[in-house]
Design a protein around this ligand. Sequence first.
Ligand code: IPM
Ligand code: MG
Length: 362
Amino acid sequence: MYNIAVLMGDGVASEILDSAVCVLDKVSSVYDLKFNYNYAPIGGRAYDETGTPLPDKTIEACLKSDAVLLGAVGDWKYDTLPPELRPERALLGIRKRLNLFANLRPVKVFDELLYSSPLKSEIAQDVDVMIVRELTGDVYFGEPKGIIKKTTLDNREIKVGFNNMIYDEDEIRRIAHVAFKSAKMRKKRVCCVDKANVLDVSRLFREVTTEVSKEYGDVELSYMYVDNCAMQLILNPRQFDVILTGNIFGDILSDEASTICGSLGMLPSASMSDGKTPFMYEPIHGSAPDIAGKNVVNPIATILSAAMMLEYSFNQKSAADSIYRAVRDVLKDGFRTRDICLKENKLCTTTKMTELIAEKIK
Ligand code: IPM
Ligand code: MG
């Protein structure tokens, strides 16, 4: 029996989580696995229900579980709240609380979606990149931070905003190990992406990564500046195997990389700790309040996140593979949600896409 905390966020969260649960239920019957879902609110939904975006009860539900599945957070209607009450703060909070320092974002293009990619298909074909994004440090959490007032030389009072891009050696070392271990199981190449030509923190990131690489003799390490990487991901994404990078660069590059796959709605992610706390799985996309409740959101990113959960948290590789295969087969049959639908495809709703995928699980 696996206990899964299902963190219900905002916007399309309930639709995509229903989809993932529906597919997991099918997996459960085919593979004789038992899943017990424990629902808890997070983000704007939790704020509305309890006055705080990350209630203690939600954290407890996660800590009691074997894994956490999260539907996105955020809605414009919370934009005027003070920063500590905003939905995004809950997401950062739960990542920190569960010590989820390693975020794995696989960018793999389904052949069936090559024509939905804005890149030429000969560039997008066979792309298979693993972005290893550090998730609990960097400007996201660095202190000091804030917006303060200062007086200028000509005696005007103006505001200054600042955040601190900061990593210590231990934080860099542990994420570098994750990247090298991941590369060992793949094509054995790690590209460390940073801004070492300008930032001191990046120079340290490189230095420590280089040191860690000595423990992985069979993995080749290269370096790239983040601006160049943004360009290379579009020019020649196949050159990458594992991209190792910090929190903010990883955030930006993974959204960019998702377009190679045809849609932001296709990319899953796994966030991992040192093993003492449960791992968390979530689509890389946001809560998309503009399309919420319309039964049009692409559920595949969340369904694939559930597959990653089966693989990484429950060690059920063949069950996970059955989900990957089911998704591919449904795409092969020509069914598409709106975001990836071309003229020649069969447009379907979120629920229809989910049913089709669940049916194909064997
Ligand atoms: C992501 C998201 C989050 C992040 C936001 C919603 C706080 O963009 O998971 O990539 O910046 O990490
Ligand atoms: Mg992001």
